[in-house]
Write a protein that binds this ligand. Structure first.
Ligand SMILES: [Zn+2]
Length: 323
């Protein structure tokens, strides 16, 4: 079955990587992450443009935009940059969690994703029929005490700056989700994909509520397979059949070293990491046996072929036209 990994950051441009992707029947959607106001992230855009031009069967990419600098022509400049990237082959646009959790107005308030400041950008994407990928918020565990029986323990123990427990000066998970929902509601004609199960990874019923409210909303599974494995397998399986047109597969593998600059041994190791990850995820979605998902044992979902085909391939092509 051909498959698309609809969310990752993969700098594998060596012939070994291309052969691997052909053997696995994989196409990859690379995602730019913008962390600044002055375009340093554009290095990713340039690299992903080049990859897509050289290997259009294996790679596509999603651009992003500079964080707000609160100058009067901010939105105009963003739109100009997006137009250029769409002309260069980008198939969508991403907004990251720093909106809602990090970026502040000159008067010191957090900028939320439903701020009217961004409306001209969302309206431009709607007119251009481009998809917005939103990574807004964090897993609920981000606001909870650090416990090791949780899929996100590793990330927050290594990245305490993003762990929001006992930091009341930061917006809550609920506030961030409300701003996101409000933004999705305000732009009903904009196609939106919520990255990482839309930061509602703790309960598929919460995702289902958004699907029922917002026909323009889908999610990717990137970096959240373990959150699914923590839930009851029958419940998750029913969720996949009820919303089979709204779910797409992704891993969120981050590999920022150019594979052609690695030694042969390092490159093989890096290929193995990605292959093991893919095989583990496929086993969870496909098998009816007990699967170990990043340390959590649970029965696989045993999804039928028609649902797998949508999840691995067709939904990404529908939600990201041109992929
Ligand atoms: Zn990512």
């Amino acid at each position: 079955m051909n498959k698309i990994d609809a969310h990752l950051h993969y700098h594998g441009e060596h012939a070994d990587n291309i052969d691997f992707l052909k053997r696995m029947n994989m196409k990859l959607l690379n995602i730019c992450v913008s962390q600044d106001t002055a375009g340093a992230w554009r290095k990713q855009a340039d690299f992903y443009t080049d990859l897509q031009m050289r290997f259009p069967e294996q790679f596509a990419w999603i651009t992003s935009f500079d964080l707000p600098d609160f100058s009067s022509d901010y939105a105009d400049r963003v739109v100009e940059g997006l137009q250029k990237d769409f002309n260069a082959g980008a198939i969508g646009c991403k907004v990251w969690k720093n909106v809602g959790m990090e970026v502040k107005t000159p008067s010191g308030e957090f900028v939320m994703v439903d701020d009217p400041l961004f409306d001209p950008i969302w309206e431009f994407l709607t007119r251009e029929d481009r998809t917005l990928l939103m990574h807004i918020g964090e897993p609920l565990a981000c606001w909870r005490p650090l416990v090791d029986d949780n899929p996100h323990y590793g990330y927050y123990s290594k990245s305490p700056q993003w762990h929001m427990y006992n930091k009341p000066e930061y917006p809550s998970h609920e506030t961030i989700m409300a701003a996101r929902d409000h933004m999705v509601e305000k732009h009903p004609k904009l196609r939106i994909v919520g990255a990482h199960l839309a930061s509602l990874e703790f309960d598929v019923a919460e995702i289902a509520k958004r699907f029922d409210r917002f026909p323009n909303f889908a999610v990717d599974s990137s970096a959240r397979v373990a959150d699914l494995a923590y839930q009851d397998s029958d419940t998750v399986r029913e969720f996949f059949s009820a919303y089979s047109d709204r779910l797409m597969f992704g891993t969120d593998i981050v590999q920022r070293d150019l594979s052609s600059e690695l030694s042969e041994a390092e490159r093989q190791k890096q290929l193995k990491v990605y292959e093991d990850r893919l095989l583990m995820e496929f086993a969870y979605y496909e098998s009816g046996e007990v699967v170990n998902v990043r340390g959590k044992e649970n029965r696989g979902l045993n999804l039928p072929d028609d649902i797998l085909e949508k999840f691995y391939l067709a939904n990404a092509q529908t939600w990201y036209p041109g992929l």
